[in-house]
Design a protein around this ligand. Structure first.
Ligand SMILES: [Zn+2]
Ligand SMILES: [Zn+2]
Length: 63
Protein backbone atom coordinates (compact mmCIF):
# COMPACT_ATOMS: atom_id res chain seq x y z
CA UNK A 1 0.00 0.00 0.00
CA UNK A 2 1.21 3.46 -0.82
CA UNK A 3 1.29 6.00 1.87
CA UNK A 4 -0.99 8.93 1.18
CA UNK A 5 0.26 12.46 1.69
CA UNK A 6 -1.56 13.03 4.91
CA UNK A 7 1.49 13.71 6.93
CA UNK A 8 1.99 16.76 9.02
CA UNK A 9 4.55 18.26 6.70
CA UNK A 10 2.29 18.24 3.63
CA UNK A 11 1.86 21.74 2.23
CA UNK A 12 0.15 23.30 -0.76
CA UNK A 13 2.61 24.50 -3.38
CA UNK A 14 1.99 28.16 -4.18
CA UNK A 15 3.01 27.64 -7.77
CA UNK A 16 1.17 24.50 -8.96
CA UNK A 17 -1.31 24.12 -6.06
CA UNK A 18 -0.38 20.49 -5.51
CA UNK A 19 -0.02 19.11 -2.03
CA UNK A 20 3.57 18.06 -1.54
CA UNK A 21 5.90 17.43 1.34
CA UNK A 22 7.20 20.62 2.86
CA UNK A 23 10.45 18.93 3.80
CA UNK A 24 11.15 18.19 0.13
CA UNK A 25 10.27 21.60 -1.25
CA UNK A 26 11.98 24.96 -1.22
CA UNK A 27 10.79 28.41 -0.20
CA UNK A 28 9.99 31.13 -2.73
CA UNK A 29 13.12 33.21 -3.25
CA UNK A 30 11.12 36.40 -2.82
CA UNK A 31 8.55 35.81 -0.09
CA UNK A 32 9.55 32.46 1.39
CA UNK A 33 6.26 30.64 0.75
CA UNK A 34 6.29 26.95 -0.10
CA UNK A 35 7.29 25.74 -3.57
CA UNK A 36 7.20 21.97 -4.11
CA UNK A 37 10.15 19.92 -5.30
CA UNK A 38 8.48 19.28 -8.67
CA UNK A 39 8.26 22.98 -9.45
CA UNK A 40 11.77 23.48 -8.15
CA UNK A 41 12.99 20.84 -10.64
CA UNK A 42 11.18 22.76 -13.37
CA UNK A 43 13.17 25.82 -12.48
CA UNK A 44 10.48 27.62 -10.51
CA UNK A 45 12.03 29.74 -7.79
CA UNK A 46 9.12 32.14 -7.19
CA UNK A 47 5.54 31.43 -6.17
CA UNK A 48 2.79 32.39 -8.61
CA UNK A 49 2.07 35.63 -6.81
CA UNK A 50 5.68 36.77 -6.98
CA UNK A 51 5.96 35.65 -10.62
CA UNK A 52 2.98 37.85 -11.47
CA UNK A 53 4.41 40.75 -9.54
CA UNK A 54 7.71 40.45 -11.36
CA UNK A 55 6.03 40.09 -14.74
CA UNK A 56 4.22 43.37 -14.09
CA UNK A 57 6.33 46.15 -15.65
CA UNK A 58 5.07 48.61 -13.04
CA UNK A 59 6.96 46.70 -10.41
CA UNK A 60 10.23 46.72 -12.29
CA UNK A 61 12.74 49.00 -10.75
CA UNK A 62 14.74 50.41 -13.63
CA UNK A 63 17.69 52.01 -11.98
ZN1 LIG B 1 4.52 22.92 -7.26
ZN1 LIG C 1 6.64 34.36 -3.44
Amino acid sequence: MRQILRERDAMICRSCSNEERASEGYPCTNCGTFICIICTFRGVIYCRKCEEQMADPRNKRSA
